[in-house]
Design a protein around this ligand. Sequence first.
Ligand code: PHB
Length: 357
Amino acid sequence: MTDLFTPIQLGPLELPNRMVMAPMTRNRCPDTVPTDLTAEYYRQRATAGLIITEGAQVSEQGIGYPATPGIHTPEQVEGWRKVTDAVHAAGGRIFVQLWHCGRISHPDFHAGEPPVAPSAIKPAGQAFTYEGPKGFVTPRALETDEIPGIVDQYRHAAACAMEAGFDGVEIHAANGYLIDQFLRDRPNHRTDTYGGSIENRIRFLAEVAEAVCAEIGADRVGVRISPVNRFNDIEDSNPQALFNRVAERLGEIGVVYLHVVEVSMAGEPDASVDFTKLRRRFPGAYMANGGYTKARANATIAEGRADLVSFGVPFLSNPDLVRRLELDAPLNEPNPDTFYGGGAEGYTDYPTLEEVA
Ligand code: PHB
């Protein structure tokens, strides 16, 4: 029977298993450049069927958090090259997540200027800056004629990803960041062709996906969405209709996988979206995410409701998560105090089974 440990073909890549390491922000890249420690962290997790990196900014404009990496300068490409070399030498496969935070940012990151967004609507909550939490500000609404330039930021970042040796990219369209801000009608009040109807709100994502696919090939491009996540003050009046069409449209464009966060940021389920409807509309691989256990992941794959399952925190605290689940071995406890920022502690020092023994 097909389960987590059954190999699968993903575009040109043969994955030895269906366990994906989900993207997780770790805030350990000083000056936005991945380091030797970043390479060691990902190398340790190379037995995953596929690794998706933490979000990497497609431009300076896209930054929203301290010490997050970018994927748009020669220095960043050089830093990521260490990561991809280490993962490949260990037998793994790795995609980089392309990220633009939009309004989930602060003027401190932009020489005092407000961040950009589809509309000038301030999100509730606080930004994380180098000086600690600060209230979000009202973003500047993008002019229609600025949008092609932002689409090009993603295209350029995808080209940088290939130069850095990645196997592909994941477009971050989830969790209330820029693309999600365009998708949903609460933060998007535009009256041009990028706002209003579902088709219009999807336009920015579709243009980004088309540009990235044209640059590196659709079989190396995945997209992540989070239809029921209200994190970052995001919401939509009809998420089922919106994300049905997102799934269909991305299928037309031909991206290789659709990565779906099926829970809220707090991990809660939400019946407002039936994910089987998205799965049915998307012809590529469906990657499920959100608090999956081995048993639930295996059942979901066996029933054909997903092709791949991604795991976040369990991969963070267990570099050898694939082996542990295979053996039904106990898992290391994650330490939330070391999730964001700092050095090796809570990053590269979680032991393997052998090291525990
Ligand atoms: C976070 O830093 O809290 C964060 C970043 C990216 C996400 C979600 C959360 O997609």
